[in-house]
Design a protein around this ligand. Structure first.
Ligand SMILES: [Zn+2]
Length: 279
């Protein structure tokens, strides 16, 4: 269950958020293949199985920035990439386990991944440059405290900062295509992906939430000057459909009747106002 209302401890020290490329294990000193000629490149279907089983986060702490760790046997002795022999670990836990400083029971953690117990995998954002511009389907939203509001629920916007003078904290609730549950939540700069998503894939600075083999529920990237760019979105909230299909098709909102209500064209700038639906 996605823990609505869960209040995270305030991050006393925020890191600059970067979606680093998911790394395979090995410290970079093992070359491209191990002694058995096994490539470090894990096939995508195997990676997906590992992500699904580990609920898209480090099995020990639930962090959504992940490495793939071969543990049974270690990569140097592996002859194949077996999904059940690979664990998701965050870069810190990966380093600690590989260096023997953390003797966590991986077998047990794999049976009860942290993110599945919590209901979500998470990672902190930090937009220390201030409130980031947001593009949705190529339309630019700037200077708004609230970008999308449905009824009394803020779907995308900024909450008050923790102290005066600090930038507001990004908050968002992205529902799935059925409108039944929140697939991704950003709660005051803390990113959480529901452990019941079908797949959550991070590649470079881009995050993709898939609803099935061909369906993308949400895809966004963090760019250069901390721009949050929503590239794909297929969500329903209170009967309204919110759709983004790439950055050249704009951002469409469709009424429960099926009628198109509004389209924000790609290249348009929406300044200091917001989309409110009184549903
Ligand atoms: Zn971890």
């Amino acid at each position: 269950m996605f823990a609505d209302g869960h209040t995270p401890a305030p991050n006393s020290e925020r890191r600059l958020f970067r979606l680093s490329a998911a790394a395979n294990d090995g410290g970079g000193d093992m070359g491209e293949v191990n002694q058995f000629g096994l490539s470090r490149e894990i096939p995508e279907p195997v990676k997906r199985q590992v992500r699904q089983r580990c609920a898209f986060g480090c099995v020990l702490c639930g962090c959504a920035i992940i490495d793939y760790h071969h543990f049974d046997p270690p990569f140097r002795d592996a002859t194949e990439h077996r999904p059940e022999a690979i664990a998701l670990l965050c870069p810190l836990h990966h380093r600690l386990i590989e260096s023997g400083l953390d003797c966590a029971d991986l077998g047990n953690a794999l049976k009860h991944p942290y993110a599945r117990q919590q209901g979500f995998a998470r990672t902190p954002f930090d937009f220390r440059g201030g409130i980031p511009p947001i593009t949705i389907g190529g339309a630019l939203f700037v200077g708004s405290q609230r970008v999308i509001v449905v009824g009394d629920e803020m779907i995308l916007g900024f909450d008050a900062p923790e102290a005066k003078g600090l930038p507001g904290l990004l908050s968002a609730r992205f529902y799935d295509h059925s409108g039944a549950r929140v697939a991704v939540e950003i709660a005051r700069n803390e990113f959480r992906s529901n452990s019941r998503n079908w797949d959550v894939e991070q590649s470079g600075n881009r995050l993709t939430i898939r609803t099935g083999p061909r369906g993308i529920g949400l895809q966004f990237s963090i760019r250069g000057n901390a721009v949050l760019a929503i590239e794909h979105l297929n969500m329903v909230c209170r009967g309204y459909t919110f759709r983004v299909s790439g950055e050249s098709h704009g951002f469409k909102i469709i009424l429960p009747s099926g009628e198109r209500w509004v389209t924000f064209a790609p290249g348009a700038t929406v300044a200091a106002c917001y989309t409110a639906i009184h549903g």
